[in-house]
Design a protein around this ligand. Structure first.
Ligand SMILES: [Fe+2]
Length: 268
């Protein structure tokens, strides 16, 4: 196989990260809930439609109850919005597919990206929440617009959220973590960092945003947990080094004093 083709294939090889999450407020009705997270797809020249379709097929094979999409569906061109939304429409988990927008989605047009996703039955949470119900128990799933767009996003998203249910927050940018911890969010699911994308020993990875305490994987601040996906696509360079593309499969459990800790992927 030609070298170039081999590199492209390696760049898009998806690792499934199995991550247990223990939540103290989780009711037994939601124990074992399977959440698949797709992040930073960046459909465009570096991540072709074929790769998006493969990721969707793998996500469906994992048989999730719920799919969350944490932003950056495209990189720089509006041309790719409709095809990526159409491909993601093949996700049909029983509790639904929910999305938030990333900084790149804003650059190409937040309204366009949101409308395209909604056309394919993906609910876009723009500073709002939904209540997921099972046998009378509920789980609050909230979503915020990208951290750099809007000042009061989290407060709006959690307005009138039931205090006795667990709160799961979708945020493209993990920099929301301190604010989420101060607001009593149980779990934040984020992307944006690409896990560093190019990780070289002794050198800072070029995708490591400053001031971020966690780069990827599981972390905790106070009683708020976070999982940051390394994502699927790439930006700047069509390259991933020691940082494979990832689809996290998170399983929720009632805490019983257990800590979530690391899954099978490296943490940051
Ligand atoms: Fe991204």
């Amino acid at each position: 196989m030609p070298l170039r083709k081999r590199r492209t294939r390696r760049r898009h090889q998806l690792q499934v990260t199995h991550q247990p999450i223990y939540l103290s407020r989780l009711s037994a009705d939601f124990a074992g809930l399977r959440i698949v997270q797709l992040s930073d797809i960046h459909h465009g020249l570096y991540t072709r439609l074929e790769e998006v379709e493969k990721a969707v097929a793998l996500a469906n094979r994992l048989e999730p109850d719920l799919v969350v999409l944490t932003g950056d569906f495209v990189s720089n061109s509006r041309h790719y919005i409709a095809p990526v939304a159409r491909a993601l429409g093949a996700l049909q988990p029983p509790l639904g597919a929910f999305a938030v927008l990333g900084n790149h989605d804003y650059r190409v047009g937040a309204e366009r990206v949101a409308a395209a996703l909604e056309r394919h039955a993906i609910r876009v949470l723009r500073n709002q929440h939904v209540r997921l119900c099972r046998n009378g128990s509920s789980l609050i799933l909230a979503g915020v617009d990208d951290f750099n767009y809007g000042e009061d996003n989290l407060r709006l998203a959690l307005r009138a959220a039931e205090p006795d249910s667990p709160w799961v927050l979708l945020s493209h940018n993990p920099a929301i973590l301190p604010q989420a911890a101060a607001s009593g969010v149980d779990l934040v699911l984020a992307g944006h960092t690409h896990g560093g994308q190019v990780v070289l020993p002794r050198l800072r990875s070029f995708r490591r945003p400053r001031k971020l305490r966690f780069r990827h994987g599981w972390g905790q601040v106070g009683s708020t947990q976070i999982f940051i996906s390394r994502g699927i696509g790439t930006v700047v360079l069509p390259l991933r080094v020691q940082c494979p593309a990832e689809i996290p499969l998170l399983r929720l459990h009632a805490s019983l004093g257990l800590r979530s800790g690391q899954g099978n992927g490296p943490g940051g």
